[in-house]
Design a binder for this molecule. Structure first.
Ligand code: ADP
Length: 276
């Protein structure tokens, strides 16, 4: 049974109904073995995506602090060819970014044909943190849902395969992870008072996430909520969804590549003939 929840377009999301500790009905060891196989499959599909060059893959990763965005990115990068993969991280906007529309900094980071780009946070911050902290009034952030839907539709029409993940953890799990950072000398650098302060806004973030997911899960760019308390289950779910998103194009990519291969061979043969 897949544990991830794909949000149907127009459906109201209730995060409290999705168990962040959900995991498949096998153990972690089995999960890790499966992940290795899925990683190979993902790499194979990426090679086709790259060679065919008529699609790109954009992975949008959102989640609260400690939800596992960095860990998920690391796992994906371990599996794919990093020569055609890039990560774009979106932090507090600079003065220059703030002087433009909210999609300006995002659009320039989208993948070119053949590429994979992973968004570590994204344009969704502009309806999440911005809303929770009243950084702009509602009359500014509310129309952004429509702007986001249109922007994403444009990307899809231009050949982007767009997959959006919300890593879903529980408050208890977040507390444990924040406390664990204090204990681990190699993780303490990640400590930030801001993370504890953000935690105080848990319910406001829940509301902001629920509305963003409900408003912006579309047929062509659906949102997936990933139960993320268990890291191994999270990784498996993410890989399964990525593979399922790419597989429908596999036959088309192979046909395209075979045709190009034949053309290249025919050219080579005729060149050899001309040398005789
Ligand atoms: P990480 O993503 O690892 O948590 P940081 O600790 O640097 O990295 O956090 C980035 C911060 O930037 C987050 O608190 C996030 O909410 C904030 N941020 C990202 N985009 C925006 C935005 N458009 N407006 C305001 N804050 C933003």
């Amino acid at each position: 049974m897949p544990i991830a929840i794909q949000i149907a377009p127009g459906k109201n999301v209730h995060l409290s109904k999705i168990d962040p500790s959900a995991s498949p009905d096998f153990d972690k060891e089995e999960g890790q073995a499966r992940l290795v196989k899925l990683g190979r499959r993902l790499a194979e599909l990426q090679e086709l995506l790259f060679a065919a060059g008529d699609h790109s893959l954009l992975i949008v990763l959102q989640g609260r602090d400690t939800a596992g965005k960095d860990g998920t990115i690391k796992k994906i990068l371990e599996a794919v060819n990093v020569q055609s993969t890039r990560v774009a991280s979106f932090k507090v906007p600079t003065a220059e970014e703030l002087a433009h529309d909210f999609l300006w900094r995002v659009h320039r980071q989208t993948p070119g044909l053949g590429e994979i780009v992973i968004f570590n946070r994204s344009h969704y911050e502009d309806v999440l943190v911005v809303r929770v902290h009243n950084l702009v009034p509602e009359k500014v952030w509310r129309p952004r849902y429509e702007a986001i839907r249109n922007f994403e539709e444009l990307l899809v029409q231009s050949g982007t395969i767009l997959v959006k993940f919300m890593l879903h953890i529980s408050p208890d799990e977040q507390e444990e992870r924040l406390l664990a950072r204090e204990e681990d000398p190699l993780k303490s650098w990640k400590l930030s008072v801001g993370d504890w302060k953000e935690r105080a806004h848990w319910d406001a973030y829940t509301e902001a996430y629920e509305e963003a997911l409900s408003e912006c899960s579309t047929e062509s760019a659906p949102w997936h909520v990933i139960p993320a308390n268990k890291k191994w289950a999270r990784d498996l779910a993410v890989f399964e969804i990525l593979i399922a998103a790419l597989e429908p194009y596999e036959a088309e990519w192979r046909t395209n590549l075979e045709a190009r291969g034949k053309e290249a061979k025919a050219e080579l043969v005729s060149w050899r003939e001309s040398q005789k």
